[in-house]
Design a binder for this molecule. Structure first.
Ligand SMILES: [Zn+2]
Length: 305
């Protein structure tokens, strides 16, 4: 009996090993949402890893040795770009000593190159806070951006692994098509709402792509400038703005502190809607499931009274 169990276990283990291609591409993505896109485009031909958790603020990351090791083995590094990871990624890439993923190398994939950028500052003044000179970097929750990135990934994966180029291209085209259809249908659903209902407040200035996609109107931000926590004077101003339009939804990602937002809605009315910071990639969530869930959470928040 034991013998039988052991042999069936071994058969299962061998079956699993055989299912993994011998030379699977090693793909590392900074954000879990980018990892989810890559996983769908790559299919069974790549091993995809995310460096950050969706519950982590992507502006920051600890320089963990496991991240350096992952980068050292990577054939392709996918990062957001527009300086989102500028505080931590360059140092890790240097430590990884992997020429394939150095800036400018074929294995260095800057997702922002494929995206239509919003909020490109006309003047560069760091006194304005955590300003990103190439444009707002927080596009990972916009399925229109996701579609363009998927197409770029189809080409990049094909270059890294020409034997499966046709598969990557096909998967990318299918995914991009599905994401554009999803973007359009959600857009329609939000457009049907009255204009005042589409007004929102946000915590960090990170939802501009979401606001643009769903046709929302961003009334104010709880942070006075990106990356700068609110002081009492700014909070008073935000509370005044929200009282004037009464009962707005205040949107923020799960990794930002809640206390200032809670105080705002306590005094001004409305409600805080906490949004998932990225696809739950390690739990198997797909990118389209993630963005659909985001739109549903925003819709519920702005239509509940
Ligand atoms: Zn930011």
């Amino acid at each position: 009996m034991q013998q039988k169990k052991l042999s069936s276990f071994l058969a299962l283990a061998c079956g699993l090993l055989a299912a993994l291609p011998a030379h699977a591409l090693q793909v590392v993505a900074t954000l879990p949402s980018l990892a989810a896109l890559a996983k769908e485009v790559a299919g069974p031909h790549a091993q995809v890893e995310a460096m950050l958790s969706p519950r982590q603020d992507p502006h920051y990351a600890d320089a963990k040795p496991s991240l350096v090791l992952a980068l050292n083995r990577a054939d392709l590094l996918i990062f957001n770009g527009l300086e989102l990871e500028v505080g931590w990624l360059p140092g890790l890439v240097r430590q990884a000593r992997n020429p394939k993923i150095l800036p400018g190398a074929a294995g260095s994939f800057d997702a922002s190159r494929f995206v239509q950028k919003l909020h490109v500052p006309a003047t560069l003044d760091r006194a304005q806070g955590d300003i990103h000179p190439g444009g707002n970097p927080h596009f990972a929750w916009d399925p229109r951006a996701g579609a363009a990135i998927a197409e770029g990934l189809g080409r990049a994966l094909g270059q890294a692994d020409p034997a499966h180029a046709a598969d990557y291209q096909k998967n990318a085209a299918e995914l991009a098509g599905r994401l554009r259809a999803l973007a359009a249908s959600e857009q329609k659903r939000f457009q049907a709402l009255a204009a005042p209902q589409r007004q929102v407040a946000v915590y960090h200035d990170s939802l501009v792509y979401l606001v643009d996609w769903l046709g929302l109107q961003q009334v104010t931000t709880v942070e006075p400038r990106p990356g700068i926590p609110p002081d009492p004077a700014h909070l008073a101003k935000v509370i005044g703005q929200l009282k004037a339009v009464h009962g707005l939804a205040l949107l923020q990602e799960e990794y930002y502190p809640r206390s200032a937002s809670d105080q705002v809605v306590r005094l001004a009315g409305g409600r805080v809607a906490v949004l998932q910071g990225g696809a739950r990639f390690s739990e198997g969530q797909r990118y389209d499931e993630y963005v659909r869930g985001l739109a549903a959470a925003v819709f519920a928040a702005i239509t509940s009274k």
